[in-house]
Design a protein around this ligand. Structure first.
Ligand SMILES: Nc1ncnc2c1ncn2[C@@H]1O[C@H](COP(=O)(O)OP(=O)(O)OP(=O)(O)O)[C@@H](O)[C@H]1O
Ligand SMILES: [Mg+2]
Length: 256
């Protein structure tokens, strides 16, 4: 992050309609969201409400029909190295080894140095893939592919990390390890994180603020500040405060 904290992300009156032959789907209707530099927010909403669409728009992969995205006050109309997206299904290049996948973005920019190779190795260690750098994606498990994709995103040191249910497919133990890993990383780097999840507990455990989206067309219908202290550990999950927060979020989601 070049010594900077995460960037401010503003989503202003974003609407999106998809047209496929005669079918018209309004995915998003006038979504407003402001994420402070270094804030960790979760987007929580029912399936099909437009969460992935919103992340793709913030990433600059899809153009909205109306509204705009600003990063640190600058309007963005396409992708950029300031924002990095982790997809719902991990996307690795099947013909590259794990370490070359991690280094792909840097290589494309001609920015590979011995230092970046060392960092890639270190990141693979961090995500528990230290001895799998030479493996190809088909030789990794599903969870390992997610972790490799995370390492690939992190090597760019993005100022905004957009995460689309990155841990949903993982087993409970790996998922918890990844959540803790992400929190540790965020605590150090203060990247701005927008994290999509279906999981109320995950949202409450990770974020500073949870934005609940309505069913399609997606809008933000409730925002809950998560005023729990950090670090958040297993003990926290059993506290009355956490249980009541989880219940509140579940109710908000039911209203969506
Ligand atoms: N490229 C596309 N063309 C047509 N319709 C699309 C396209 N992408 C998304 N949609 C539609 O937009 C709506 C929102 O989709 P989106 O993937 O954003 O939902 P989501 O909230 O991420 O759902 P989930 O939680 O299941 O991942 C859906 O009805 C989907 O069918
Ligand atoms: Mg989605």
């Amino acid at each position: 992050m070049n010594g900077e904290v995460g960037a401010r992300v503003e989503v202003r009156s974003i609407s999106k309609i998809f047209r496929r032959s005669r079918q018209v789907t309004q995915a998003l209707a006038s979504v407003d969201l402001c994420v402070e530099p270094g804030e960790f927010i979760c987007l929580l909403g029912p399936s099909g409400c437009g969460k992935s669409t919103l992340l793709h728009i913030v990433a600059g992969f899809i153009a909205p029909d109306a509204g705009e995205v600003r990063v640190d006050g600058i309007a963005k109309t396409g992708p950029g190295a300031d924002r990095c997206m982790l997809f719902q299904a991990p996307t690795l290049f099947p013909w590259l080894t794990t370490i070359d996948n991690v280094l792909f973005g840097l290589r494309a920019r001609g920015a590979i140095t011995s230092e970046s190779r060392r960092q890639a190795g270190e990141l693979l260690e961090l995500v528990g893939l230290g001895s799998f750098g030479g493996h190809y994606p088909h030789q990794l498990s599903g969870g390992m592919r997610h972790r490799a994709a995370l390492a690939r995103a992190l090597i760019n040191r993005p100022r905004v990390l957009l995460m689309d249910e990155p841990f949903a497919a993982l087993d409970a133990i790996t998922r918890e390890a990844m959540q803790n890993f992400l929190l540790g990383l965020w605590g150090r780097e203060r990247t701005t994180i927008i994290f999509v999840t279906h999981d109320v507990e995950e949202a409450a455990l990770l974020s500073d603020r949870v934005c609940v989206m309505s069913g399609r067309p997606g809008r933000i219908i409730a925002t809950e500040e998560i005023a729990l202290g950090r670090p958040r550990d297993e003990v926290l999950r059993d506290t009355a405060e956490f249980v009541s927060l989880r219940r509140k979020l579940r109710e908000r989601l039911a209203d969506a």
